[in-house]
Design a protein around this ligand. Structure first.
Ligand code: FA5
Length: 347
């Protein structure tokens, strides 16, 4: 037996013995031994270097023995690794004690955002009155957002609702009112009156402060049919406000101006804090402004091909944030959008 063959036998023998020992030690010791024997600079690689000094006859014979030893040792390392891992688990299990008296870990449960809750509550009330809920587009045509709302290109009232333009003709909608035109275009009046609401996000070039945001949420309401009157508008709004803020709430209509309604009104609700006596919430007036509304302008009906001598309608647009702020006493609108769970958890 050549010297090299002798060394191979010895390496195999000693490594297998060392592995038996390591079985009772740890993963690090096992890894160190693997590198020392099978690694790039390990003993087996060292022995391989001796091959070149052997005769041509011996080279293939000893080369084969080297491969055999590598295979045997690789398998032995694998087997020992499994034993070490199993021993580690056993050890952990033996040392672990479970204290069944410890309180369980509480699982935090999320919930819907306060604005979603508000919107769903309002949707439920209107669904109960036979309204349909319609979705609109957040990216809208200038045509529907302004022109169909009786605001032609050069109308000065456009200044009150400047917005972000995608192109000259496409913009981020400034209110949910364009859904009015889109829905009226589709409605078949031979099947009865149109009654719809449309909640959604709107965008304006407004400066962010405690009560204004450059993006916020509105709910549009629209009823068109025969003999729809201002009394219907007032009754509907009174009902929704009493449901949202309590039976004792009163509403007040003040004359206002929107190009798409005539007459137009601003709707106030009697202050939920002072009941109308005047306080810091209602700025000493006893009333809080909550939404804009009015009778649909005949021109707006006609643009949808609706005969304004036969049909009339009312519409309103309320700010969802405004409703939620009044209901829950939230004093800064920015809280809605910051995603702070300490804010969200309260509702
Ligand atoms: C409108 O947007 C009309 N389209 C509403 C309307 C619809 C009138 C149908 C008549 C018929 P106004 O700009 O006032 O109106 O906005 C309606 C509500 O949105 C306001 O009462 C307010 O609650 C809310 N709002 C307006 N601007 C902001 C803002 N920057 N941040 C948060 N809420 C806002």
């Amino acid at each position: 037996m050549s010297n090299l063959e002798q060394q191979l036998v010895e390496l195999r023998q000693t490594t297998l013995e060392q592995l038996k020992e390591i079985q009772h030690q740890g993963e690090k010791e096992l890894q160190d031994l693997r590198v020392a024997v099978l690694g790039k600079k390990g003993s087996l690689t060292d022995l391989l270097k001796g091959l070149k000094d052997l005769s041509n006859d011996m080279k293939p014979i000893v080369g084969k023995q080297v491969n055999e030893v590598r295979d045997v040792l690789t398998a032995a390392f694998e087997e020992t690794a499994q034993k070490v891992a199993a021993a580690k688990i056993q050890q952990q299990l033996a040392s672990e004690t479970i204290d069944v008296t410890l309180p369980g870990r509480q699982v935090k449960v999320g919930k819907r955002h306060v604005l979603t809750q508000t919107s769903e509550e309002i949707e439920d009330i209107f669904l109960g009155m036979g309204f349909q809920i319609v979705d609109g587009f957040e990216v809208e045509k200038d045509y529907y957002n302004f022109e169909r709302m009786n605001l032609p290109k050069d109308h000065p009232a456009r200044d009150m609702q400047d917005t972000f333009y995608i192109t000259e003709e496409i913009l981020m909608r400034t209110h949910t009112s364009p859904v009015q035109a889109r829905t009226m275009d589709q409605h078949d009046f031979s099947k009865g009156a149109l009654k719809m609401i449309s909640p959604g996000r709107v965008f304006r070039r407004d400066t962010d402060d405690a009560t204004h945001s450059h993006q916020f949420h509105q709910i549009e309401g629209l009823v068109v049919g025969e003999n729809v009157s201002m009394g219907d508008l007032k009754g509907t709004l009174e009902m929704i406000i009493k449901k949202m803020f309590g039976e004792e709430r009163q509403i007040r209509l003040r004359p206002s101006y929107f190009p798409f309604t005539e007459p137009s009104v601003e709707v106030d609700v009697s202050c939920f804090k002072c009941g109308g006596d005047g306080c810091n919430v209602c700025k000493k007036t006893g009333w809080i402004e909550i939404l804009g509304a009015g009778m649909v302008h005949p021109q707006v009906l006609e643009m949808s091909g609706i005969d304004s001598t036969k049909y009339s309608g009312f519409a309103f647009g309320l700010g969802q944030e405004r409703i939620a702020m009044l209901r829950y006493g939230i004093n800064d609108i920015r809280g809605f959008y910051q995603g702070d769970v300490r804010f969200s958890e309260q509702f």
